[in-house]
Design a protein around this ligand. Structure first.
Ligand code: IPM
Ligand code: MG
Length: 362
């Protein structure tokens, strides 16, 4: 049975809000995979975000950084919550996320937005707009642009003024474009690159570099779209998108929109990848403090993030498939967490969802 002799070291960040409970459900599924397929996963829990602030005074303790760097992959559930909202920007839980992305070199953020056929009714869009399914992969640049550009505050004759600079180098655009085109090769061979090149100099550079990279991928169809139009097209005709390539800030906004039109944000995983195989995997949803600790959060996004980790970082596609199949079986058998439940379905909590999906691993 066991053909995986390798040991996989995973840093685990349960974080805040519903983070710890969805992580527990996810790790339960991972344990099941280890038993079934004979893989050796070593998980090490570390602190980041609000939990780390409470325990150590810092949102990202050095120990966490060291353990993440020494691991093969990082699993993160969610960070943040109202408790820490009044802290200065640099000390907030979200800062831990930004620092981790930068320190671990996670420049490529993959956010699949797909409609599960069993949950098609949950989409806020009309049935005819999403009929036949929806499968978009947002590829967002994650360590550059306005998030990490020069920022500051200065006195002016009109009072204080603050600025954040959007800046991209050719190298940064080139590598994320390559990621997008390579992924498109395994999908529907279509990349739409989003920019605002009618206004922004940084977008003009973005577009020029993306076009140059496209020369190396002659079988991929490339289109460009201004970000305002892209926001509109996502609700007007989302099926035209296959791979959606974006900068950091545009991707932040459009990936929320893309996930919402699927109607099941509690189901969507994501990956943040560095060069090589290293990656950090997390659900698209946040820490949802309003429902924390009540065993009602949907752990499927966390569980599918674990499947992504197995596939992208460890190359364990059979194991990843088995998790995805188990999630399908869970849905097919009519189980639903409260966020996706409707009449006639069997309502289950966070923990039970993890147990059921683990049971369906074949
Ligand atoms: C996301 C989040 C983060 C971001 C926040 C929490 C810093 O919105 O992952 O999309 O803006 O990147
Ligand atoms: Mg966001």
């Amino acid at each position: 049975m066991s053909d995986n002799n390798k040991k996989y070291n995973i840093a685990v960040i349960p974080g805040d809000g519903i983070g710890p409970e969805v992580m527990d459900a996810g790790l339960h599924v991972l344990t099941r995979i280890a038993e079934k397929f004979g893989c050796d996963f070593k998980t090490t829990k570390v602190l980041a975000g609000g939990a780390a602030i409470d325990a150590t005074g810092k949102c990202l303790p050095q120990e966490t950084v060291d353990i993440c760097k020494a691991s093969d992959a990082v699993l993160l559930a969610a960070v943040g919550g109202p408790k820490w909202n009044d802290l200065p920007g640099d000390e907030r839980p979200e800062k831990a996320l930004l620092e981790l992305r930068k320190l671990l070199g996670l420049y490529a953020n993959l956010r699949p937005a797909m409609v599960f056929p069993q949950l098609a009714d949950a989409s806020p869009l009309k049935a005819e707009i999403i009929s036949g399914g929806l499968d978009i992969l947002v590829v967002r640049e994650l360590t550059g642009g306005i998030y990490f550009g020069k920022k500051g505050t200065e006195k002016t004759e009109f009072g204080l003024a603050a600025y954040d600079v959007e800046q991209y180098s050719e190298m940064e655009v080139e590598r994320i474009a390559k990621t997008a085109f390579s992924l498109a090769e395994k999908r529907n061979k279509n990349v739409i690159s989003v920019d605002k090149s009618n206004v922004l100099e940084s977008s003009r550079l973005w577009r020029r570099v993306v076009e140059a990279v496209a020369q190396d991928y002659p079988d991929i169809a490339l289109d460009h779209m201004y970000v305002d139009n892209a926001a509109m097209q996502l609700v007007r005709n989302p099926k035209q998108f296959d791979v959606l390539l974006t900068s950091n800030i545009f991707g932040d906004i459009l990936s929320d929109e893309a996930s919402q039109i699927t109607g099941s944000i509690g189901m969507l995983p994501s990956a943040s990848l560095a060069d090589g195989n290293f990656g950090m995997y997390e659900p698209v949803h946040g820490s949802a403090p309003d429902i924390a600790g009540r065993d009602i959060a949907n752990p499927v996004a966390m569980i599918l993030s674990i499947a992504m980790m197995l596939r992208y970082t460890f190359g364990l596609s059979r194991e990843a498939d088995s998790i995805e199949n188990a999630v399908n079986e869970f849905l097919d058998k009519g189980y639903r967490t409260p966020d996706i439940a409707s009449d006639g379905y069997t309502k289950v909590g966070t923990k039970e969802t993890g147990l059921l999906i683990a049971e369906f691993i074949k």
